[in-house]
Design a protein around this ligand. Sequence first.
Ligand code: ADP
Ligand code: MG
Length: 197
Amino acid sequence: MPTDKNDLRQKLRARRRTLSAEEQKLAASRVASNVTGSRLFLASRRIACYLPNDGEIDTHRILARIRRMRKVCYLPVLSRLSHDRLWFARMETDTDLAPNRFGILEPVVPARDLVRAQNLDLILMPLVGFDDHGHRLGMGGGYYDRSLEFLRHRSCWRKPQLLGIAYDFQRVNGLTADPWDIPLTGVVTDQAVYFFD
Ligand code: ADP
Ligand code: MG
């Protein structure tokens, strides 16, 4: 794996950790308004989100809004990986959560209740960095890339839209995309909403 990707990950994650609780709260509130006011969000019914880890933007307001608008909310599940691809489970107010091997909380549900990314309309995903072409730098596991690999095949007809969620300072110049990297539809930050094509 190229070390410049890793150096950049370390740098951006360190910056994210320096934010005060107040700054985090304000950004989360702005991001939530930007996400839930977007046309993409309003038009989507089955929406996957995430629970924050490693200083990622808090999503509780977004989750609450998905529920209040009677959309269907999903969270990624790593614990039942097959071929390193993510499954998604419905998240309701009474859904039991347990930490996965990265310490991230995920729904505890029977296997029959898990769905694939193909079944979703919109995926809101955390990221470490992004650029003006929609390239996404993740934590380095490549989980979203593998789970969304089907988007590279021209024949696929169900396409979830992919929105990154980030602080505006996570926008960097010219990330080098690897052949397996799946580009984002857009990124919502505390300052702006970016769309790429
Ligand atoms: P991230 O997207 O989390 O920033 P990378 O894009 O660097 O991480 O991917 C991490 C690893 O995952 C890569 O070294 C690559 O080998 C693997 N990977 C990602 N997508 C695929 C795929 N579609 N098929 C096989 N391996 C993949
Ligand atoms: Mg990648």
